[in-house]
Design a protein around this ligand. Structure first.
Ligand SMILES: [Zn+2]
Length: 323
């Protein structure tokens, strides 16, 4: 998650609306339940496996100082994910770009099965800020997405569309990697992408359960968003709609007219008393008190929020393209 106002390489100011929480509760399940919705046979993603990826990212940050754009810890993060995805049978590509005189990298992994004419994309930014390991922001989204991708492979999913996962570079410097990727696509390639799901901060320690607002988001899509909301409904976890605006990578896709959706557990904003009542945690504290700080480490993750979001991502994949 980048800061509120973001200046891109071209000097274009992206949406500065920042984050506007809607007062309304988007979805409250009638009957609380611990079971996932039964209609779709989506797998339960192992949170221990997601945490194991986070441990790898932490140890990369420990070795290299951070995982920021232009630093060896970022390339090491790319290499770790690519190794995992290659071993699982994905077709991976590392796209290079230049920013501030440093080479940046996007990792794109496509599952070989599936009809090629339509593509469902899911993405998370893999870079951190220079002054911390970047575990919640955004090791959490990156690791959850990685484990969902590995589960696609493990289950040998035969999707109805092409499934393409992406991990972006230089998000923290203004959505640079994702913007570069979208700019590199032909009109035909853009048109083939039926939707883009974004996961940026999904394990905030004082977690909120936010879902992207289809109305407030540039090119937000209620249809694309629905399974994510349904998953939390099925758990009996109330969600609130949020407008991320230009603060994360879905903006590059939205600018190209591609429908977007996603989930988010909160950054530097303060949890209200009402939110603490429905979600637990501490009213008056930030959702992530370590946002962009050195303390954004392995201890800065709410395991339950991480688990639920990883399962929600899988539920969305299986609902949209699943077998
Ligand atoms: Zn951030």
């Amino acid at each position: 998650m980048t800061r509120r106002s973001t200046l891109t390489r071209t000097g274009h100011v992206l949406a500065i609306a920042g984050i506007l929480f809607s007062g309304a509760t988007a979805a409250v399940a009638a009957e609380p339940s611990t079971a996932a919705p039964a209609a779709v046979a989506a797998p339960d993603i192992s949170v221990e496996d997601v945490q194991a990826h986070l441990q790898e990212l932490q140890s990369i940050a420990d070795t290299h100082g951070n995982r920021a754009h232009g630093e060896p810890g970022f390339k090491a993060s790319i290499d770790y994910l690519q190794g995992q995805l290659d071993a699982a049978g994905f077709t991976t590509t590392v796209q290079e770009f230049d920013f501030f005189g440093q080479t940046g990298y996007n990792l794109v992994a496509e599952w070989p099965a599936g009809e090629a004419s339509e593509v469902l994309m899911l993405g998370a930014h893999l870079d951190g800020v220079p002054n911390g390991p970047g575990i919640n922001d955004n090791g959490s989204g990156s690791a959850a997405l990685l484990e969902v991708a590995l589960t696609v492979a493990e289950q040998d999913l035969q999707p109805s569309k092409k499934l393409r996962f992406a991990w972006w570079g230089a998000e923290e410097l203004g959505l640079v990697g994702s913007t570069h990727y979208v700019d590199s696509l032909s009109d035909e390639e853009k048109a083939a992408i039926t939707g883009y799901l974004n996961f940026d901060m999904v394990g905030s320690p004082n977690a909120g359960y936010f879902v992207y607002s289809p109305d407030g988001q540039p090119d937000g899509s209620a249809e694309l968003q629905q399974p994510l909301n349904d998953y939390f409904d099925g758990l009996g976890v109330a969600t609130e709609e949020v407008e991320i605006g230009g603060r994360s990578d879905h903006a590059a896709f939205a600018d190209a007219g591609i429908p977007t959706a996603g989930t988010f557990t909160g950054a530097e904003e303060t949890k209200t008393a009402e939110q603490a009542e429905k979600w637990g945690g501490t009213a008056g504290d930030a959702f992530d008190p370590c946002y962009h700080r050195s303390c954004d480490d392995l201890d800065n993750v709410n395991t339950e929020a991480l688990d639920r979001n990883a399962d929600a991502i899988a539920y969305a994949v299986w609902t949209h393209v699943g077998g």
